[in-house]
Ligand binder design. Sequence first.
Ligand code: PGA
Length: 257
Amino acid sequence: MTARTPFVAGNWKMNTTVPVGIELARAVADATPADGVDVAVLPPFTHLARVAQVLDGTHVKVGAQNVYWEAAGAFTGEISAPMLQGLCTHVLVGHSERRNLFGDTDDDVARRLHAALSHDLRVIVAVGETESQRESELTGAVIHRQMDAAFEGVEVADVARIDVAYEPVWAIGTGRTASPDQAQEVCALIRGHLADRFGTAAHGVRILYGGSVTGGNAAELFLQADIDGGLIGGASLKPADFAAIVAAARGSATTKT
Ligand code: PGA
């Protein structure tokens, strides 16, 4: 049983030009339902103003893929939370590509999360183990460490503005989706971690699964008790595929309640 509205966010990563992104945003708004599921797109920073304009008045929310923790200053190339205010409502932090390719530490992820929260943005915080960590049976330890760090200093009142995305690194962009059981096991662990920390507020937190989600595998993943939607990479660039995933999330809520 769940009262959580499912949520599907499309992480465009470093893809699309501004004109292509505008068309994609329009197509997502046209192809996805306006109720029963929350939908967001996360375009590159360069697209935010135009995409926000195009989606204004639609049901599709806009998010950024990252945020710097300082508000302003000599930080060449960075984008701060105050700069994002008015352009988007969501920010993704802790994506494994930021952690692994750009050196984000657990503490950096926490700093980004706090910056976003203190500027009235909603946060999607991504956690997940690498393949070698899974093989060494370190998945639980890694998730606990990443969750502990990200939620350090977060007040229970702010928990409702955070969604967690479980993204096993070995499943991202590889076509190797976690099985529904594997994904559920870790998402249940994440909810347990949140419950230890925040009590009943944990039941309201949406936990998304990410990693090679497609229209074909979305439904069985989203039917799992602790999976409330998805963070979608590759398939978010194709409106019909993304719409099929959103439809699966919407359908899963009906089945689960
Ligand atoms: P993918 O990416 O759907 O292409 O595997 C997911 C993500 O990185 O958020």
